[in-house]
Design a binder for this molecule. Sequence first.
Ligand code: NAD
Ligand code: DAU
Length: 340
Amino acid sequence: MRTFFVTGGAGFIGAAFVHLILREFSDVRVINFDALTYAGNLDNLSGLDSDRHTFVRGDIRDPMAVKESMPMDVDAVVNFAAESHVDRSIESAHDFVTTNVVGTQVLLDAARGTRARKFCHISTDEVMGSLSDGSEEVFTEDSPFAPNSPYAASKAAAEHLVRAAHHTFGLHTLITRCGNNYGPRQFPEKLIPLAITNALQDREVPVYGDGRNVRDWIYVHDHCRAVLQVIERAPAGETYNIGARNEQRNIEVVESILKALNKPSSLIKFVTDRPGHDRRYSIDPGKIEKLGWLPRAGWSEGLEKTIDWYIKNPQWLARVRTGEYLDYYERQYGERASQK
Ligand code: NAD
Ligand code: DAU
């Protein structure tokens, strides 16, 4: 039996990854280590094969907690745990630095101490900054770092620490940098789930600035399959950009969602722009494609599946909106994460 130590596995992408590997591999067991912040939701893990899945509530900033939970010789540490929302990092960067930077170093130290075979760190295209509008520029693995938000800066710092652990200590590290994910179970603070869930309730959908910022969207399951491919096939020390060649302007994304839901475009509300708002991201996925990975979900199909999931799971949304999903943590652990 192989063991994967997955951090942040109660979040949006981490949970999708845990579902994927337990479904795809009958010889894998998962230790899912997650602090259950506002973004961690145990509802995201319902339906998992409990024999091969162990959930541990723990904080990656806590070296003792990590050491106690990471067995010797795990086959892979996969680090999804992070503060992930750019707007929150603009309000306060503190947790972004402690979790994304310090927490990553704690995990690297633990991985060395327990002789983990591989360490896969989930990074983001945002470490490479912003591309100019309407240009042919793309992010490659060799693009220089130019993080613009506190979130992106914390993720860039973490990448440096991962790189150093490989160079200095020979740890078998891997880094993936993906673009914007969308799909089921994404916390409704991010553009797509916010637009879908607001529109479903006939609430306004806020669009920052002129709405012409471009993001490179990928269906979450395709991102998870790419991470798996990197863990299984990539040489140590390598970095891979992950994208589905799918650039969309924000306003087009919101209009597509409203159209699919048969809602009027009068729900769109242009609001004050995000400070330092990156204009455009575009990923060259050539390197990961050479590793034998291709996305499976087209944009319209992925968006349709996502919208359908939110329509069919009103109880998930209600528990998130009311904060009910956090009640369990309070009962179980005696403390409550804050949504704000
Ligand atoms: P998310 O915010 O939905 O989930 C983050 C998870 O990490 C939550 O379960 C949370 O409880 C956990 N966590 C936070 N702080 C922790 C700590 N100190 N210790 C242990 N667990 C902690 O995030 P997501 O969107 O699923 O993103 C997952 C990873 O992928 C992040 O590293 C993010 O930077 C990266 N990423 C995200 C996207 C995207 O579009 N969402 C794109 C590229 C890369
Ligand atoms: O590119 C990868 C990154 O994508 C990840 O590393 C981050 O974790 C993830 O949060 C995401 O960052 P963005 O800032 O691009 O995602 P967000 O959904 O917050 O915003 C997408 C775009 O939509 C962005 O240009 C800002 C805009 N936006 C966002 C919100 C929440 C709006 O116009 N209105 C909104 O209400």
